[in-house]
Write a protein that binds this ligand. Structure first.
Ligand SMILES: [Ca+2]
Ligand SMILES: [Ca+2]
Length: 438
């Protein structure tokens, strides 16, 4: 088969470059018939979660303690140190928990009911403190984040805002200051005497910038539904992020869930509606903010920035499985129909526009100078196990659901050729669709 030749033409200060020559055998694709076909990764392995580092809080679920819950007398809580004065109470409650069998109840006496945990950190890390909290209907608890190395406030004592008697999800993003190797996480009752506040599922993790790359070709029309290409988008309250064809007409959207449900799903949406029957490179970046309201989301099609959004984050700190070809929401799976080529998930790196355009031209590299390829699927090999193998080396291998031999599409590598027209001072003028060599 012939490839389009690379050549230069300075007639009008433009030249055309073909992208396919170096990448004729970069991967295969997997096809999805639209219903009941899905690839799953039930448990992320490798260095922490995909999107966050290891858990830094011990016993954040408060299941480990000694003492008698709910008797108004301080209990000893594993991993946590009491700060309470003699008249404040910090103890375990079994009466109202977010999950598991126990939660923390802090009651304001004539002093604070409060506990703390000291955690080793690295200066410059961006961390998120997550917890669920509830108040007494009038007031809620408070928190305080301290630079223990330099005995300075990182975030001064602040109300959680969770005053309802039902649990509210709270998330606090902060950056570890220069010279700080130790951070104190303090949880307090409110300032109202006699008032109690509840805490459960306290988590502290490092946040990472993320980049995502994938090739796709839809078939058929968007029939008034959203279609999910790949995601960590589970049932109910454990949703994290998703690539989907949205708005019921098929704009490509990268969205996260900040609360684990559908109440807050910021993200970026393409201007272009990808056509059926054509290969595209989809890409997105997720940039951690300096606080929970200035995260930056970008989405690209065929190497060109198509949409961005600045606003709330981070994504929910969840455990939803990675799912390719659908969500894992029972009876509302939004089955994808078409082909999905190579997928790569990169942690700790924001791909630039130039880097994404380079992927469009030359294919997805196995590694990047900065950042960690944390999962990479190229559907190669001759057995199911090989086809669904994570070639990043982290062991995040997929399992199929009604996808026999992963429906590998032979000869459908989307990486054959695209024609890019440049000015001689390297400005991109136009780009063709990916041309498939058959
Ligand atoms: Ca618990
Ligand atoms: Ca007690």
């Amino acid at each position: 088969m012939s490839m389009i030749q690379s050549f230069g033409s300075n007639n009008d200060s433009r030249y055309i470059r073909n992208s396919g020559i170096a990448v004729t055998d970069k991967g295969k694709a997997v096809s999805f018939a639209g219903v009941n076909e899905r690839l799953l990764l039930n448990s992320v392995v490798g260095p922490g979660n995909f999107e966050t580092g290891p858990e830094l809080i011990t016993n954040g679920t408060f299941e480990l303690y000694s003492g008698t819950p709910d008797d108004g007398i301080k209990d000893t809580i594993t991993g946590w140190t009491s700060n309470s004065t003699l008249t404040g109470v910090d103890e375990i409650t079994l009466l109202s928990v977010k999950s598991g069998s126990a939660a923390l109840k802090l009651t304001r006496g004539t002093g604070n009911g409060s506990i703390k945990q000291i955690v080793s950190v690295t200066p410059g890390d961006r961390l998120c403190l997550w917890f669920w909290s509830a108040g007494n209907g009038t007031v809620g608890g408070r928190y305080f984040i301290k630079d223990e190395t330099n005995s300075a406030n990182i975030i001064a004592t602040t109300d959680t805002g969770a005053i309802s008697t039902t649990y509210t999800h709270c998330k606090i993003v902060f950056t570890v200051p220069v010279g700080c190797n130790s951070v104190g996480i303090y949880l307090f009752a409110s300032l109202t005497n006699g008032a109690s506040a509840l805490f459960d599922n306290v988590s502290l993790r490092k946040l990472y910038d993320m980049s995502f790359l994938f090739w796709f070709k839809r078939v058929g029309a968007i029939d008034g539904e959203r279609l999910y290409a790949f995601c960590r988008y589970n049932e109910g309250t454990n949703r994290m992020w998703a690539f989907l064809f949205d708005d019921y007409v098929g704009h490509l959207r990268f969205a996260v869930s900040t609360n684990g449900d559908t109440s807050s799903t910021p993200g970026a949406t393409s201007v272009t509606i990808p056509q059926a029957g054509r290969w595209y490179l989809g890409a997105a970046t997720y940039q951690v903010g300096s606080n929970s309201s200035d995260f930056l989301y970008k989405i690209y099609l065929d190497g060109i920035l198509e949409g961005e959004y600045t606003g709330v984050g981070p994504m929910f700190n969840g455990t939803a499985p990675l799912s390719v070809g659908a969500t894992t929401v029972t009876n509302n799976e939004h089955w994808f129909s078409g082909e999905i080529g190579e997928i790569q998930i990169i942690r700790g790196k924001l791909l630039t526009s130039d880097e994404i355009l380079s992927v469009f031209q030359y294919g997805i590299p196995f590694s990047w100078a900065n950042g960690t390829v944390i999962a990479h699927y190229d559907w190669r090999g001759s057995s199911d196990a090989h086809l669904t193998k994570d070639i990043s080396g982290n062991g995040n291998n997929l399992t199929g659901s009604n996808v026999s031999v992963a429906n590998q599409v032979s000869g459908a590598s989307p990486y054959k050729a695209a024609v890019l027209e440049w000015t001689t001072d390297s400005r991109l003028v136009s780009r063709s669709p990916i041309i498939e060599a058959r």
